[in-house]
Write a protein that binds this ligand. Structure first.
Ligand SMILES: Cc1cc2nc3c(=O)[nH]c(=O)nc-3n(C[C@H](O)[C@H](O)[C@H](O)COP(=O)(O)OP(=O)(O)OC[C@H]3O[C@@H](n4cnc5c(N)ncnc54)[C@H](O)[C@@H]3O)c2cc1C
Length: 257
C-alpha cells in the first residue's frame, strides 16, 4: 500500500481522484455529505478527449457512454438552418459519468452521510472530523467538495466564489414526446442558436432514463445561456412560491416567479 487518502466529496471529481489513487495502490476512503447515492444532477455533458482518457485510465471505462451526433447545425430565429457541417460529437450525461466511476469504488470505501466538519494536521498526516462524530486519519486529505469547498474554506477562507455574470436555463424532452419533424432533423444534430444580444442556446441528444441509448427512448437536452445582472440573478433564483434558492431552482419547484 502506497498510502492512505481521505477524499471529501463523492461526486465526479472525488470519484475520479479516488479511482486513480486506488489504481496506484493507495487505500482511499471517499466521504460524501449527502445520505443517498448521488443521481440526477445536471444533464448532458459534452465529452472531450481528456474526459475519455480519465475514464479509461481510472478503470471506469467508456461503455455505453452516450449518444453521438454527427453534425453541427446553426439556426435562425425562425428555425431555418443557416449553417451545417460534419462534427461527430459524443455527448454523455452526469449520471452516466458518475455511475461508471462509482462502480470503481467498493461500498466499504464510499461513505454517504459523512459531512466534513474540520480537519487538522497530526504531524504524520491529517485527521478529519465529521459532523456525525466519525473521525478518520490518513496521509493526505483531498478536497473534491465542490466550488464551496469546506476543505479549501478552512485553508483559504479569503477565497470566495464570484458570480460569473450569466445564468443557464436548461431542460430535457423525451424523444418519444417530440414531433417526427423534430426527431428527423433538430434532434439528431448538435444545434446552436444565437439570439441577438441574448446569449446562446444549444441543444443535443442524450441518453434516456436509465441510460437508455435506443432510438425512441433518448432525450433532447437544451441549454440557454443568458447574461443577467445581480438584481436579475436574485429574481431568477426565486421560485414561483417566492422561495430564494442558492444555486439553482431544483425540480419540482417551478420558477422563477
Ligand atoms: C444545476 C447544475 C447543472 C449542471 N449541469 C452540468 C452539465 O450538464 N454538464 C456539465 O458538464 N456540467 C454541469 N454542471 C457542472 C458540474 O456539475 C460540475 O462541474 C461537476 O459536478 C463538478 O464536480 P465536482 O466533483 O468537482 O463537484 P460537485 O459535483 O459540486 O461535488 C461536490 C460534492 O462534495 C460534496 N460535499 C460538499 N461539501 C462537503 C462536505 N463538507 N463534506 C462531505 N461532502 C461534501 C457535495 O455534496 C457534492 O456531492 C452543472 C452544475 C450544476 C450546479
Amino acid at each position: 500500500m502506497k498510502g492512505r487518502a481521505i477524499v471529501i466529496g463523492g461526486s465526479i471529481g472525488g470519484l475520479f481522484t479516488a479511482a486513480l489513487l486506488r489504481k496506484e495502490g493507495w487505500d482511499v476512503n471517499v466521504y460524501e455529505r449527502v445520505d443517498v447515492e448521488l443521481a440526477g444532477r445536471g444533464a448532458g455533458i459534452v465529452t472531450h478527449q481528456p474526459l475519455l482518457d480519465v475514464l479509461e485510465n481510472c478503470g471506469a471505462g467508456i461503455k455505453d457512454l452516450g449518444v453521438v451526433s454527427q453534425q453541427r447545425s446553426a439556426y435562425d430565429r425562425a428555425g431555418n438552418v443557416t449553417r451545417k457541417f460534419d462534427f461527430p460529437q459524443l455527448v454523455t450525461s452526469w449520471d452516466r459519468v458518475q455511475n461508471l466511476t462509482r462502480q470503481t469504488i467498493p461500498d466499504s470505501h464510499y461513505h454517504l452521510d459523512h459531512w466534513l466538519d474540520t480537519f487538522e494536521e497530526t504531524g504524520t498526516g491529517v485527521r478529519a472530523t465529521f459532523k456525525n462524530g466519525h473521525v478518520d486519519e490518513a496521509d493526505v486529505i483531498i478536497g473534491a467538495d465542490g466550488f464551496r469547498s469546506a476543505v479549501r474554506g478552512q485553508l483559504f477562507p479569503e477565497i470566495q466564489p464570484q458570480y460569473s455574470g450569466y445564468v443557464v436555463w436548461r431542460g430535457l424532452a423525451d424523444e418519444a414526446d417530440l414531433p417526427k419533424d423534430i426527431t428527423d432533423t433538430v434532434f439528431k444534430d448538435f444545434g446552436f442558436y444565437l439570439p441577438e444580444n441574448d446569449g446562446e442556446v444549444i441543444g443535443y441528444p442524450i441518453a434516456g432514463r436509465d441510460n437508455n441509448l435506443q432510438e425512441g427512448h433518448r432525450r433532447y437536452n437544451w441549454v440557454w445561456y443568458r447574461v443577467v445582472d445581480q438584481a436579475e440573478l436574485d429574481d431568477n433564483l426565486t421560485d414561483a412560491n417566492g422561495t430564494y434558492h442558492d444555486i439553482s431552482i431544483p425540480p419540482p419547484s417551478s420558477g422563477p416567479r
